[in-house]
Design a protein around this ligand. Structure first.
Ligand SMILES: [Zn+2]
Length: 176
């Protein structure tokens, strides 16, 4: 229920404060994310949670099916800010298993406004469908999802920890 959210927020902030008394003062003082994350709006894949990052560690833009439209001023503004102001070191475009947007792009059914939004996926999906047949095109999409799963489950933590270490070294170098 909507009315429950303030109480849930209060309980969360009290718990975070109890666990780490300087958590909010530290967070308020500095936003220095290493990553700019372009992900899907799907409620099951929040960037902080799936990447195991704290607030302040990742700058996030999300839309249906994590699409980069060259005319999307929302995304472009966030990208400009991430690069020019926050100086992020990595830009991640991240899909996920069972993406409804990616699935809709492979189907010949009308979805209203989403049809325009999904066109950058739908176009290559149609091309693959013509060349390889729909079944194989769907397999390609599944493989893409499998690649993400492999990255996420097997290499993601190592990658993040490696990059974090190299960033720390770079900052140390800069200081010295
Ligand atoms: Zn999705």
């Amino acid at each position: 229920m909507l009315n429950d959210l303030p109480a849930r927020n209060l309980a969360w902030s009290q718990q975070r404060h109890a666990e780490e008394p300087d958590y909010f003062t530290r967070l308020a003082a500095l936003q220095a994310p290493e990553f700019f994350w372009i992900g899907c709006s799907d409620s099951r894949v929040p960037a902080n949670v799936v990447a195991g990052l704290d607030p302040g560690e990742v700058f996030v833009h999300r839309n249906v099916a994590n699409i980069v439209h060259s005319s999307d001023m929302d995304l472009l503004s966030a990208l400009e800010f991430a690069v020019d102001a926050l100086h992020v070191r990595e830009i991640v475009v991240c899909g996920h298993y069972g993406c409804g947007g990616a699935k809709a792009a492979t189907e010949d059914l009308p979805y209203g406004l989403a049809d325009h939004w999904l066109e950058p996926i739908r176009r290559p999906a149609r091309s693959y469908a013509v060349d390889l047949g729909r079944k194989q095109a769907n397999e390609i999409l599944r493989k893409g999802e499998a690649i993400f799963r492999h990255w996420s489950e097997d290499n993601g933590r190592a990658l993040f920890s490696q990059r974090r270490t190299s960033t720390a070294n770079a900052r140390d170098d800069h200081v010295h």
